[in-house]
Design a protein. Structure first.
Length: 419
């Protein structure tokens, strides 16, 4: 493990075969244990519930269409919210015509109605590509209902722009990082999500899956080196701590995992799910990206500082790297807070609109779940910085003990032996 993939930013220094073999054996043991755990926990296809698609029943299908006409009208109130006599919520609706562009009735003219949510929030306009539910009615004709927008083109365009920029600017490292995203998605879709749906312990699935992802992604994106291994050790500590803290925090805060209609629908669809465990598991998964960023940066910082200060003591090197780490902690904690605040924006707006007090808002089930997730992730992140720094200081190249004297500008100085 003493060689690098060429896209690593920091020189590994002189080869250290004995250390490389020892670390290689440790990482191999961790990888093998993770692989065995994945095999034992791998969900059988029979154990993963496959709920019937409500849009796939006999005589019902989903088709695409292009909006050709739209006539808005006032549909009045959408209902009353019986909380302190709050006023009704009114909005415009629309009668829509569209040309069907797929399915057995391609070329047919579809007529359907949009309620205030679909029309006002979705801002449907002529020329928009939409997805409709098509169902048979008497006489061989079809009826239609709005299901969603067709978003394939904009999503694909954004993904391509992202990939091109990452490769152009990041070059080989960017390319490997994109490959790492692919590995992550495959692990999530084939192991983590099916494993949780099969009724197994969500936190255990998340820890095993996260460990496998980080081993693959770190070495893929940053090269096989002792420096990357030090970052891996710090990352594994962060995963383990976040899992333990998430389990304790979720139970202590009485988070049930049932804070929205989607949560209730998921539990109704898959009754064997451990919803509280899913909350703790989400804390592990959600913090992986920032955790990876912090540990890799700290390891690289230690390597750079060691190159600049080859004779610095381990304690001085640790303190220098921690000065960098403190700045990184501050920015990373903000990143976590903003990310979770953004994901819960709708809930926070709704609670604020109800004019509830700050303490009441923060301790409500919907927000408390995000608060605990943020705090647990931030604590794990903060502790991973000194742990990773300690590993990196321990494993970074040391100055050669043999020194030689060389004349410089008429005087003799001592410098490390570079032979």
């Amino acid at each position: 493990m003493s060689h690098s993939h060429g896209h690593g930013p920091v020189d590994e220094g002189p080869p250290r075969p004995q250390l490389a073999r020892t670390l290689g054996a440790i990482v191999a043991a961790i990888a093998v244990a993770t692989g065995i755990a994945m095999v034992l926990l791998w969900p059988s296809s029979d154990d993963v519930p496959r709920n019937v698609d409500p849009y796939g029943a006999e005589g019902v299908t989903t088709v695409e269409a292009t909006v050709t006409g739209l006539e808005a009208f006032d549909c009045g109130s959408t209902g009353e919210v019986d909380i302190d006599s709050m006023p009704t919520v009114a909005g415009d609706c629309a009668n829509v015509t569209a040309e069907v562009t797929s399915g057995p009735a391609e070329g047919d003219t579809a007529e359907f109605q949009l309620n205030s949510t679909n029309f006002v929030a979705g801002t449907v306009a002529e020329g928009d590509q939409v997805r409709l539910v098509q169902y048979e009615i008497e006489g061989g004709a079809y009826g239609y209902e709005f299901r969603d927008f067709v978003r394939g083109v904009p999503l694909t365009a954004l993904a391509l722009v992202f990939a091109v920029l990452v490769v152009l600017i990041g070059r080989w490292r960017g390319l490997f990082a994109i490959a790492g995203i692919g590995v992550t998605l495959v692990a999530l879709m084939t192991f983590v999500l099916p494993g949780i749906l099969s009724g197994q312990a969500p936190l255990l699935i998340a820890v095993v899956g996260s460990t496998a992802i980080m081993i693959a992604v770190l070495y893929l994106a940053h090269g096989i080196s002792i420096r990357t291994t030090s970052a891996l050790f710090g990352t594994l500590f962060g995963i383990a701590f976040t899992a333990a803290a998430g389990l304790i925090g979720t139970d202590w805060s009485h988070l049930t995992g049932l804070t929205s209609e989607d949560d209730a629908l998921l539990l109704a669809t898959v009754p064997q799910l451990q919803m509280q465990g899913i909350v703790a598991a989400s804390m592990v998964i959600a913090g992986l990206g920032v955790l990876n960023d912090v540990t890799v940066t700290q390891a690289s910082a230690v390597w750079e500082l060691r190159a600049l200060q080859p004779f610095a003591s381990a304690w001085d090197l640790f303190r220098s790297a921690m000065r960098i780490g403190r700045d990184h902690i501050a920015s990373s904690v903000y990143t976590l807070v903003f990310a979770y605040a953004g994901s819960a924006m709708t809930v926070m707006l709704l609670i604020t609109a109800y004019q509830r007090g700050l303490v009441d808002v923060l301790t409500s089930g919907e927000i408390a779940q995000e608060v605990v997730r943020t705090l647990v992730g931030a604590i794990g992140l903060v502790l991973a910085v000194p742990v990773t720094t300690a590993f990196a200081v321990w494993l970074a190249p040391q100055a050669q003990e043999e020194e030689r004297e060389e004349p410089v500008a008429g005087r003799r100085v001592r410098r490390p032996d570079t032979a």
